[in-house]
Design a binder for this molecule. Structure first.
Ligand SMILES: [Ca+2]
Ligand SMILES: [Ca+2]
Length: 373
């Protein structure tokens, strides 16, 4: 086990919002300007942040900028599933000090090569990205923009952090020209540069709302929001009966209310069987979360795999054994994988010699960003 000193997280929620405001008002800023043709012009002085309501010029038109904090995040690694996880970089800043705080994302290794990807609810043509750093700034080697249409990431030239104070905001200013509307930002770090965790508390995206662009280009509106789906079909290596306890009992929304040997959940043929349950979904998504509703003897799940919609090999989710879920209870897995394919199936593998009885599954929910069809 790794050990390092940890600071105590302050829990004065009532003042945290005010502190965040103070931080945002006081943090020194470093800045890089990216030109339309991917050229860089340096800014010797720090430009003031635009107000969200301040008009921005876009060609011959005038549009309104909006400011957003990330609504979702994932990373190539995270220090734990709760504190320091990727989700700690969502929402507005909540880390007051330069220090090793659990309210900011940290990778698993202090000297890791990692990336943090953050997502935003509203697609925008970006004008500015603000990366709030609260421990060891200096490891960011590049920043990429993720277009709303899932096309290739756009790497910003010379987007390495030139040196930001701690705590501090690394600001990238972007021109509007020739940049697609985006819904995500990927931050790449090489922490051998800092020889310590470069922790990120929050990421703000400023830009022109995408619906403004839609009017201009008349392209269809893709669903940018996360889609929640229940399984539409299921199969298993064995089942206790049919229709009771069959694989089909894991289809649809949960319908089993108690922790018991209920026939409205899937059960394998043998109580100590080594089995797998595979569930399928109507729409392929880039997965962010899987929720497995268990209603009898949780604890037998040894791994969970993702099934790509293109039929290619199943992708195991690292560390996806059930660490112990209450009964009834939901084993919830955040999908930490980057650059993953769209999936339309989930395979749950169980070793019921661990529970010595049926580990029954009532329903499986898949959450993700819809893939284009
Ligand atoms: Ca945070
Ligand atoms: Ca069910």
């Amino acid at each position: 086990m790794r050990e390092r000193p940890r600071t105590v997280r302050h829990s004065l929620l009532a003042v945290s919002a005010m502190l965040a405001l103070l931080i945002s008002a006081q943090l020194p800023q470093s800045s890089v300007v990216i030109g339309a043709q991917a050229t860089v012009t340096s800014t010797p002085t720090d430009p003031p942040l635009r107000d969200a309501t301040e008009p921005a010029t876009s060609g011959s038109r005038t549009d309104t900028l909006i400011r957003q904090w990330a609504s979702d995040a994932k990373a190539t690694s995270q220090y734990s599933a709760t504190d320091w996880n990727a989700k700690q970089a969502t929402g507005e800043p909540d880390t007051e000090t330069c220090g090793d705080n659990g309210t900011a994302w940290a990778s698993s290794s202090a000297i890791g090569l990692d990336s943090l990807t953050v997502y935003f609810d509203q697609g925008v043509t970006p004008t500015q990205i603000n990366i709030y750093q609260t421990y060891n700034p200096g490891a960011i080697t590049s920043v990429e923009l993720l277009p709303f249409d899932d096309s290739a990431a756009i790497k910003l030239p010379d987007s390495a952090d030139p040196g930001t104070d701690c705590p501090g905001v690394f600001t990238l200013n972007l021109t509007l020209d020739d940049i697609k509307p985006i819904t995500g930002v990927r931050i790449n770090l090489d922490q051998t540069r800092t020889n310590g965790w470069n922790e990120i508390d929050a990421v703000e995206l400023v830009g022109v709302p995408r619906n403004v662009m839609i009017v201009e280009t008349a392209t269809p509106t893709p669903d940018l929001r996360l889609l929640h789906q229940w399984a539409s079909d299921a199969e298993a290596t064995s089942q206790y009966g049919s229709p009771d306890w069959s694989a089909q009992q894991a289809v649809g929304e949960p319908d089993t209310e108690t922790c018991d040997d209920n026939r409205t959940a899937w059960a394998s043929a043998l109580p100590q069987g080594q089995d797998s349950l595979t569930v399928y979904y109507e729409r392929a998504v880039y997965p962010t979360q899987i929720n497995i509703y268990q209603t009898f003897n949780p604890g037998a799940i040894t791994s969970v795999k993702l099934l790509p919609a293109d039929g290619s090999a199943a992708i195991p989710i690292p560390d996806s054994a059930d660490p112990g879920t209450s009964c009834p209870g939901i084993f919830s897995l955040t999908v930490p994988l980057d650059d993953i394919k769209p999936i339309n199936g989930v395979r749950i593998t169980l070793d019921q010699t661990l529970t010595r009885s049926w580990n029954e599954i009532d329903a499986v929910e898949l959450v993700g960003r819809p893939a284009r069809q």
